[in-house]
Design a protein around this ligand. Sequence first.
Ligand SMILES: [Zn+2]
Length: 344
Amino acid sequence: MRATVMFGAGDVRIENIPDATIIEPSDAVVAVSRACICGSDLWPYKTMEHSDSGRRMGHEAIGVVEVVGADVRAVKVGDLVVLPFAYSDGTCVFCHEGLPTSCVHGGFFGTGVMDGAQAEAMRVPQADGTLFVLPVGKDDALMPSLLTLSDVMGTGHHAAVAAKVAPGKTVAVVGDGAVGLCGVIAARRLGAEQIIILGRHAGRIALAREFGATDVVSRRGEEAVERVRALTGGFGAHSVLECVGLEQSMLTAIGIARPGGAIGRVGVPQDESMPASLPAFYNNITVSGGPAPVRAYIEELLPDILEGRIEPGRVFDKVARLDEVPDGYRAMNERDAIKVMVEI
Ligand SMILES: [Zn+2]
């Protein structure tokens, strides 16, 4: 079968590899019909050291269950399923607490150890706890939005939950990538009154406005902080969604948070230490967030997609076939595309 393998920075290839198979009785093999390229795939695309064996890529997918192991009960061959970016058993203490990304039998796809989703098929561990059976057909027009339940919509929602977004609150979203845009959807969905998007790309800003952003700040650094303060009566935002993960974006997030406010961070931090610790302390700012437990959010978000209340699939502005995936990485890395959907 064919799969996406990264061999080093800027070196993504479609390779012929051995077919995905069942290894553990709790596994399933899923034939991938749609996958994505993620902003987080761009970090290794920029920095990965050369590897002769390479790393399987991709962690977002919709597909059809092709084979199930002997212990699998909740999914069956032929089911159309959405795959969260992390696998989980659905039964341990953390899964019961709504944090499947900390599952004691869990892990992450497309990290080098596990199969990746930018492929014709993949092995899915803990199939019963991981896969979510979709109540639609494979060609349903809602497919792009359903695909965002794998990661970006659940991640934007997690940022909003961690930032304590609630009706009537003022929200600021740092980052105009797919997660930031889904964060705007999530903030509106949770009843925010004012939603300020920080970003500079005209097409992304336009989409953010359609998703519910009420204000746009296109400046950076200290100027951005001043502008957000001016828009919020001088106080800052109750809730800040940090959807980038760089030192500068975290500095901005802390700078624009209102005293007593909360930051939900979902951009994978690229630094060991957290910047602006002192202002965060003196302003009593809660800094929360982490890898989104997207599996736990699917049931809550799915009805809004099925009934057309939210359309997160609009973040896909480029479609690629599997053999076009390397060009998809280039397009996202050069910010020619917000997010690439892969049709397999
Ligand atoms: Zn678990």
